[in-house]
Design a protein around this ligand. Sequence first.
Ligand code: VGL
Ligand code: ZN
Length: 209
Amino acid sequence: MNKKRIRALLLIDLQNDFVDGGALAVPQGREVIAVANRLMKQFDFVIATLDSHPSDHKSFASQHPGVKLYETFELDGLPQTAWPEHCIQGTFGAALVDELDQSGIHFRVYKGTDRFIDSYSGFYDNGHRKSTGLTRLLRDLQVDEVFVMGLATDYCVLYSALDSVREGFQTTVITDGCRGVGIHADDIPKAWNRMSENGIALVISGQVE
Ligand code: VGL
Ligand code: ZN
């Protein structure tokens, strides 16, 4: 008999600051909450990632006089987008969106907690210097397949999915469960292409069995 494949659903940054009314609202971001609530029951494990910054995080434009919002600058040798202050630890903006069914979430993974390092992926910071422990958790749970959805397509979803395949998990992104920031016109289509080129399957939620 075939061994059952163990599947995890990664819910990326479904936090108040990334939906309407939030500091870094992703257009139509709130629409994905219903997708998350519907899908949760179909997975062995549900893991939520949370962007979680100190108030003086170096990814904030406010920390760099002369750097404009959404401009790219260099931080510790890496290109860094200058973000509005968002997901500050302990604030409403950093909390998971209320309508999300939190009873279905088994684990939470926090990222971006180090003032000097930004972290789009739920697995590693942007320079791949530190792990969040997510790979260890997935391996301990004996997860074979990782499904990814959430906010934002062109940042945290993209880098989480890329790290997931790189760590050896069969990886699928649920496209209607994602929305993007789109600072540049082609950022979102480019993100989808990069996922495909890296062996990530793209499906709509109705295709998940
Ligand atoms: C994110 C920008 C800054 C995201 C987090 O969740 O996609 N984007 N921090
Ligand atoms: Zn952030």
